[in-house]
Design a protein around this ligand. Sequence first.
Ligand code: 0RQ
Length: 504
Amino acid sequence: GSSRIQHPDFARKVVPAEEAAAVIAPGETVGMSGFTGAGHPKSLPPALARRISDAHAAGQPFQVDLWTGASTAPELDGALAAVDGIARRLPYQSDPVTREKINTGGIDYLDVHLSHVAQLAWEGFLGPLDIAVVEVSGITADGGLVPSSSVGNNKTWLDLADRVVLEVNSWQPAALDGMHDVYYGTALPPHRRPVQLTHPSDRIGVPHLRVDPAKVVAVVETHAPDRNTPFSPPDDTARAIAGHLIEYLEHQVSRGRLPAGLLPLQSGVGNVANAVLSGLQESRFEQLTAYTEVVQDGMLDLLRSGTLTFASATAFSLSPTAIEEFTSNVEEFRDRIVLRPQEISNHPELVRRLGVIAMNGMIEADVYGNVNSTHLMGSRMQNGIGGSGDFARNAFLSAFVSPSTAKGGAISAIVPMVSHVDHTEHDVAVIVTEQGLADLRGLSPRKRAQQVIERCAHPDYRAMLTDYTERALHGAHGRHTPHLLDEALSWHSRFLQTGSMRPV
Ligand code: 0RQ
């Protein structure tokens, strides 16, 4: 074994990935590590995909149920989906091949709040977990597992699974050791206790994961990178959205509704989220903190400049350039980033106590403030709800952001009625597009509709939306949330029939 495996019992169990993959039998449930393309196993999954493909070629059925932390990478989700190796998948994915199989009905997909996954598994409701396949960055002399670039559900998988395969990835910086805080205090009700965390930087657990060595059936050594999606600089739309949001936060501070250092920030991933973080870099804010899921490029920049003093998350999601920046300056980041299990990074109790400011992307919002984060045209799964619901419902302030149109203007992201609801009107405080920002707090549905149309809708769709709400006010069964039921989803139907939400 390499120097990353300090314990002789584990070193003796090192085998090639093919051999490790052979311990997984058809029909088993596999819990794998991985969160936003970080910390997933990289060698066993492709080997498992080859086994599955061989079995299928020989006319034998072979599928597994796959649980993870969140999204993984082409060599895991992509490879297993491509060979039709996944029967059931949870909780979040963003892989194009997996997405296609979900939408053609080949994969049963369960879209679960990320903070709920561990308790759902513990409850036993999902069935037994046969095997855990977890990437770690090292094994200590006393058998402790040094977590990798994500923690996710690893604690739960290692505890629950009958058998365990560890992938020790020497590509991960050795300096990750000490950056994790694994909380072992969770229990199912009625034995649950308060989680004693009152500041994003609090440490309430231990730096290493535990595993019963008797359960470890194989150890695989790898040296392979995380997904490392390259970073594209924010476009004008993303910058405009970020500008509105930051101006709004400044205004809230000046009105005394938020402290000068704001409250712990949660930010989704992607172009707009990164633009908000870049915008904060140029703003007057200082002494910021983050209580979020993912540390992305923009957050690393904020930490380096000192605008952000501390970030708590469950995973990294960095570009190749940012990884280099992180590894060559790791000492600078070590005491200012902590990675936790996702049941803690996304814990409703903690999100509420800390007063998190949540900022997440959306597919569409309706004029009354309901938000769809997951489904295109009501039925096609995009990625999943991820952690957005954990944060949105419990945040001090919850914002949803999106360009006002999609597909070159053929789709309005502001619609009469959302085609799927992930976040109800009760969980949405602020909606932001490049057009502007609507603060929906304290407004009745009819007043919300005015704000959303005026501030957020694209000018091409404003008159149509106003026309709808005005006719609904007179034609609806009730005037509280006025809808014309035969028309509410007609924009989506029109898009599916004609390729545009605009009338022909
Ligand atoms: O399609 O790829 O074919 O071009 O949807 O849209 O604009 O690239 O948006 O990457 O910011 O993702 C909600 C999906 C937004 C994301 C969502 C089409 C559009 C494009 C993607 P193409 P964009 P983003 C922390 C928090 C849930 C999880 C979450 C998400 C594709 O933010 O997954 O918040 N959120 N997690 O063209 C039809 C519309 C559309 C539309 C966009 N109204 N109708 N298609 N598209 N709007 C992170 C984690 O939880 C891990």
